[in-house]
Design a protein around this ligand. Structure first.
Ligand SMILES: [Zn+2]
Ligand SMILES: [Zn+2]
Length: 370
């Protein structure tokens, strides 16, 4: 006798199978994540703990104020100078290796500085540090093996089909190098702005970008927290238009470095004061509003490197005389995963977190009278 299962039963079987896949993947990756925590994050954290007494001591001093106002322009200028130095003889493999070394040194400086002048002491606790390291490696592997080859092949085919020479005569090579770098940042950010805005305003796209917003604290390294598939959209919406802007490779390299430095500061926990730079760059202060749980604040300041397009398209948000809250994350969801594997799989069942959020809170059971 054959048993015909109802569609509802089939759906429940599929749901159970999916839950099993999620749990098993989490069980496989969790020990690696724990190992990273014990070997790297915990050790660095223990070393940095020694800075805390000094941090309290410099509170309200002129020394702290000097650090707050000088760090941002200092690192931006240093990135420009070092960047142009690295490509003075063209772009070579040494240029690439030196740029990695440069960010390792920058990171080693930023970590103690975040302890010394933190915007939020709550954000100094780092239970998610190992998850972010795993996400960096995961993104790197996925990028190197799948996304970048796919991106390059698509660009090559499209550019070849349309015209390999288009754009060459348009780029203003006669301008000073610094001006060309900023021009490229402005053009790049136009595409980045609209892609980022679309990810916030479209529910299908939001599920991928939610991984970036799942962080409950901001610090220099968590700009790397994103889902690798978020980058697939870059191929059509971002990389191809940029491929027609044929800036010299040296300019592309220096603007890439500038973008990295801006990105690290954008997420930093250093309590830096930017003044007028808050109206030029995607700064720590305006990006903290972008990570707000409150959607009216969160759906603002989409700029990746600069804030010009937000100013022009009406999404700039920087209220005067107010500081952004340090209570950040995704508003309106519950039980959003925190582990590497959980975050990788989260976009595939994003609805379940929303469903839980919508589900009515059960009424408390009546307490017996004492
Ligand atoms: Zn965002
Ligand atoms: Zn961010």
């Amino acid at each position: 006798m054959s048993v015909v299962q109802s569609p509802e039963t089939n759906l429940n079987v599929l749901k159970s199978l999916w839950t099993w896949i999620v749990r098993t993947t989490e069980r496989v990756f969790q020990p690696i994540e724990n190992l990273f925590y014990v070997l790297v994050v915990k050790q660095i954290s223990a070393a940095l703990d020694r800075i805390d007494p000094l941090s309290h001591r410099i509170e309200g001093t002129l020394f702290k104020k000097i650090l707050q106002v000088t760090l941002y322009p200092l690192f931006m200028a240093a990135t420009l100078v070092i960047g142009f130095q690295l490509v003075r003889n063209g772009y070579t493999s040494q240029t690439f290796l030196a740029s990695i070394g440069m960010y390792l040194i920058y990171g080693a400086i930023w970590m103690p500085l975040e302890r010394l002048i933190p915007f939020s002491r709550k954000w100094l606790k780092n239970p998610d540090g190992s998850t972010d390291i795993m996400l960096l490696f995961g993104n790197k592997l996925c990028g190197d093996w799948i996304i970048v080859p796919l991106q390059l092949a698509t660009i090559a085919i499209v550019v070849q089909q349309i015209s390999p020479t288009i754009g060459q005569s348009i780029w203003p090579s006669a301008l000073p190098g610094v001006a060309q770098v900023f021009l490229l940042l402005v053009i790049n950010d136009f595409f980045r702005y609209w892609y980022h805005r679309w990810m916030h305003e479209n529910s299908f796209m939001w599920r991928w970008h939610a991984v970036h917003h799942s962080s409950e604290r901001l610090y220099w390294f968590n700009g790397t927290r994103s889902h690798p598939l978020e980058r697939v959209g870059h191929i059509l919406l971002w990389s191809i238009p940029l491929a027609f802007v044929k800036a010299p490779v040296e300019i592309v390299f220096v603007s890439y470095l500038m973008s990295r430095t801006i990105g690290r500061f954008q997420h930093t926990n250093m309590d830096v004061i930017l003044g007028p730079f808050d109206f030029i760059f995607s700064s720590p202060k305006n990006h903290r509003y972008h990570h707000s749980k409150n959607i009216t604040e969160g759906n603002t300041n989409y700029g990746g490197d600069i804030i010009l397009w937000d100013l022009l398209f009406g999404t700039f948000y920087l209220p005067k005389g107010k500081q952004p809250s340090d209570d950040i994350g995704i508003g309106g969801v519950v039980n959003y995963p925190k582990s590497f594997a959980g975050l990788m799989l989260a976009p595939f069942h994003h609805g379940s977190f929303q469903e839980q959020a919508k589900a009515p809170v059960p009424a408390p059971s009546p307490q017996p009278a004492e």
